[in-house]
Design a protein around this ligand. Structure first.
Ligand SMILES: [Ca+2]
Ligand SMILES: [Ca+2]
Length: 349
C-alpha cells in the first residue's frame, strides 16, 4: 500500500506545485466560480504519559478544478530508513498542501465551528504502522486545548500505544472533520415527523434484510437482522430527508471464530434511502461480512457531512476501517445515487 500511496502523493504534488494560496487560484469566467477546498481531520491527541495535549491536521482530500485528489503524503518508508524527521519534512514539504499554510475550520459535531486551525509547520505523524505528514499550528478556538479535547465526541476516540525507535508512547485521540471552506451548517441532522421516521425504520429493515440475504455467507450466520443505527440528513437541501441505516445480522450470543480458518461471524449492511417521494428510493447499499466478533470496529463509519465542493449540497465523509488499512471516502448525492467521488488518504500496516 505504501507504494500506491507514494504514487498518489506524487500526482497530488504535480497538481499543487505553484499554488501558494488555495483561494487565489486562477479564476476563469464561469457562471459559478470554482471553489477549492481542503478536507481533513482536526485531531487532538492526549499524551497519556506526559498528560499533554496537542492538535494537528491530518489532510485527506483536496478539491480543485472540479475534482478531488489525495492530500496526504505518506513517508512510512523514509521513516523506516531511519531518516531524521527534519530531513523527511524538508524532502517532502513541496508535495504537501499543508506547506501552503492553510487555515481550516474545525467543525463542532454539535453545530457550528470549534475554531480555526492555521497550519504553520509540518510534522511526521504516526498512524498505525504508517507515517504521514500532518500540520501543526495555531488554534483560535478554546485557548485550553484540553477543553477542546473534552468537547470532541467520545465516540471518535481511539487509543494507540507502543514503542517507536525504542521510545514508549501512549496516546488517546479525538477528532472531527476540518474543512478550508467555511461550513454552511453542521451537523445537518434533519428533523422528520414520527410517522416518516417509523416508515424509514421499516424500509431500512426490509431493504437491509434483503441486501444481507443476497450474499452467500448469509445462510451460515444465524440470527435475525437488527437495525442498529439510524441517522437523518438533508444532503441536497430540498427539504426531503436522506436516511442512513446500519444493520447487523449476528447470533444473539457471539460465536468465537475457530483459529484455524476464517469464518463469517456477522454481516453488516449500510443502507441509504431517499424520501424525495413518499416511496423510499435506495441511494446506496453496502454489505460487509465480518470474520471477527461482531463488536469489532465499524467497517463503514459515517464521520459526518460537509459541503466538500462548495456547491451548497452536503457530501458524506466516510471512514473505511479495513482489517489492515483505513481509508477515507467522500460520497456525493447524484440524482438517486449516493456515489463515492474520492477514496484515499489511507494508512495502516
Ligand atoms: Ca434531501
Ligand atoms: Ca457539495
Amino acid at each position: 500500500m505504501a507504494n500506491l500511496k507514494r504514487f498518489a502523493a506524487i500526482s497530488t504534488a504535480l497538481v499543487l506545485s505553484g499554488c501558494t494560496a488555495l483561494n487565489t487560484v486562477a479564476q476563469t469566467p464561469a457562471p459559478k466560480p470554482a471553489k477549492n477546498n481542503l478536507i481533513g481531520l482536526f485531531i487532538v491527541k492526549r499524551d497519556n504519559l506526559k498528560q499533554q495535549y496537542r492538535a494537528e491536521i491530518f489532510p485527506i482530500a483536496r478539491y480543485s478544478n472540479g475534482r478531488y485528489t489525495d492530500a496526504s503524503v505518506d513517508v512510512t518508508t523514509q521513516v523506516r530508513e531511519n531518516s531524521r524527521e527534519a530531513e523527511i519534512i524538508k524532502r517532502n514539504a513541496a508535495n504537501s498542501i499543508l506547506n501552503t499554510k492553510p487555515t481550516l475550520n474545525a467543525i463542532n459535531p454539535q453545530g457550528g465551528s470549534l475554531g480555526k486551525f492555521s497550519v504553520d509547520r509540518l510534522e511526521v505523524g504516526r498512524f498505525a504502522c504508517s507515517a504521514v505528514l500532518v500540520g501543526r499550528g495555531k488554534f483560535t478556538g478554546q485557548s485550553d486545548i484540553q477543553a477542546t479535547f473534552n468537547q470532541l465526541p467520545k465516540s471518535s476516540e481511539t487509543r494507540s500505544s507502543g514503542a517507536i525507535s525504542g521510545r514508549e508512547f501512549d496516546e488517546t485521540w479525538r477528532s472531527t472533520i476540518a474543512t478550508q471552506l467555511t461550513p454552511t451548517a453542521f451537523p445537518t441532522a434533519f428533523g422528520i415527523t414520527r410517522p416518516l421516521y417509523e416508515q424509514a425504520r421499516k424500509d431500512l429493515l426490509q431493504i437491509g434484510t434483503s441486501e444481507i440475504a443476497k450474499i452467500p455467507e448469509a445462510k451460515s450466520v444465524p440470527g435475525s437482522v437488527q437495525l442498529i443505527d439510524v441517522q437523518v440528513f438533508d444532503l441536497d437541501r430540498d427539504g426531503k430527508p436522506e436516511v442512513y441505516g446500519r444493520l447487523r445480522k449476528a447470533p444473539s450470543t457471539p460465536v468465537k471464530p475457530p483459529i484455524d480458518r476464517p469464518v463469517v461471524t456477522s454481516i453488516y449492511a449500510n443502507v441509504w434511502l431517499g424520501y424525495a417521494t413518499p416511496q423510499a428510493k435506495v441511494l446506496s447499499t453496502q454489505v460487509v461480512p465480518y470474520y471477527v466478533p461482531s463488536d469489532a470496529s465499524k467497517a463503514y463509519e459515517v464521520l459526518g457531512t460537509i459541503d466538500a465542493n462548495g456547491d451548497g449540497k452536503q457530501e458524506v465523509l466516510i471512514q473505511n476501517n479495513g482489517y489492515e488499512a483505513i481509508t477515507f471516502s467522500i460520497h456525493e448525492l447524484q440524482g438517486n445515487q449516493l456515489k463515492p467521488v474520492f477514496t484515499g488518504a489511507g494508512y495502516g500496516c
